[in-house]
Design a protein around this ligand. Structure first.
Ligand code: A3P
Length: 292
């Protein structure tokens, strides 16, 4: 088992940090790390961060996002780079390097905090996250023609027990939330619903945090709109590169684009299911200053 996966397992057992970073490489000051709980807007943020930091390298009409899945341009540390490879070559990646992870905050290596690299976190309301996760899991089972399938009831039960990929939702979100409160220049905490409501404002905020703010000329010239449009669900979903083919993980690229609606959960969760989650979420987030 490689170092990062070790970190993951340790995090679930005892929330211990490893002192070494990426096992074979150290974070660089310019590194940008996107952390998310699965199905919370990872694909969207990968696209936005990539488009923001490369907007002067490529004209937006020729951006690599038009020809590559966001998951190919911004790899996961644990699934992509370190999967089956204990020492990937990270030094050759152009700066700023953008990585992504689903690891909980408590599992991030200390070297990330010793370096000036920045962490962006996006969370999503747990009802939509759960429904999105369930669709993703069941559609994968169908595609792989396995016997494995899981009902929404079972998925809810796993969610409520916290026995689910990358640990309990509340631990994951609160870990990054508290970090963002204590270290606002280090960790930016975003919400999927806020991006849906005000993509322009949130794109500017993100660019500022990343150290790539939009200039007055860019704002006047409509660059913020162009970046937002390039990364929009409607645009990305219809690109040939996101409609066909598989990622190296075996996942269909199209599986990352479903409906992207806020409140879609009400089409799937019964009132008692939604209420059960509400009680749990209220209990877990009470006093944190974060509510859904
Ligand atoms: P739904 O299943 O509710 O449609 P992740 O990227 O973390 O795996 O999350 C996937 C969810 O984000 C899916 O939600 C997907 O449709 C939505 N999504 C993907 N790309 C998006 C984009 N550019 N803008 C908004 N939502 C997006």
């Amino acid at each position: 088992m490689n170092g990062l996966m070790n970190t993951l397992v340790m995090s679930h057992l005892g929330h211990n940090r490893l002192s070494t970073a990426f096992p074979t490489s150290q974070p660089q000051e310019t590194d940008l790390i996107l952390a998310t709980y699965p199905k919370s807007g990872t694909t969207w943020l990968k696209a936005l961060i990539f488009a923001i930091v490369t907007r002067t390298t490529y004209p937006l009409t020729e951006n690599p996002l038009l020809f590559n899945s966001p998951h190919e341009l911004v790899p996961f540390l644990e699934f992509g780079l370190y999967h089956n490879n204990p020492s990937p070559d990270l030094e050759g990646i152009p700066k700023p390097r953008i990585f992504s992870t689903h690891m909980p905050y408590t599992a991030l290596p200390t070297s990330i905090f010793d370096s000036k690299c920045r962490v962006v976190y996006i969370c999503r309301n747990p009802w939509d996250q759960l429904v999105s996760f369930w669709h993703f899991s069941t559609s994968a089972a169908k595609r792989w023609s396995t016997e494995y399938s899981i009902s929404l009831d079972e998925t809810l039960d796993m969610f409520c027990r916290g026995v689910i990929s990358f640990g309990p939702f509340w631990d994951h979100v609160l870990g990054y939330w508290k970090a963002s409160q204590g270290m606002p220049n280090k960790v930016l905490f975003l919400k999927y619903e806020d991006l849906k409501e005000d993509i322009m404002g949130q794109t500017k905020l993100l660019a500022q945090f990343l150290g790539f703010p939009f200039s007055v000329e860019e704002e006047g010239g409509g660059v913020v709109e162009e970046v937002s449009r390039l990364c929009s669900f409607e645009n990305l979903k219809e690109l040939e590169v996101n409609k066909t083919g598989k990622l190296s993980s075996g996942r269909d690229k199209s599986a990352f684009f479903r409906k992207a609606e806020v409140g879609d959960w009400s089409n799937y969760l019964t009132p008692p299911m939604a209420e059960k989650m509400k009680k749990l979420i209220q209990e877990k987030f009470e006093g944190s200053g974060l509510m859904f």
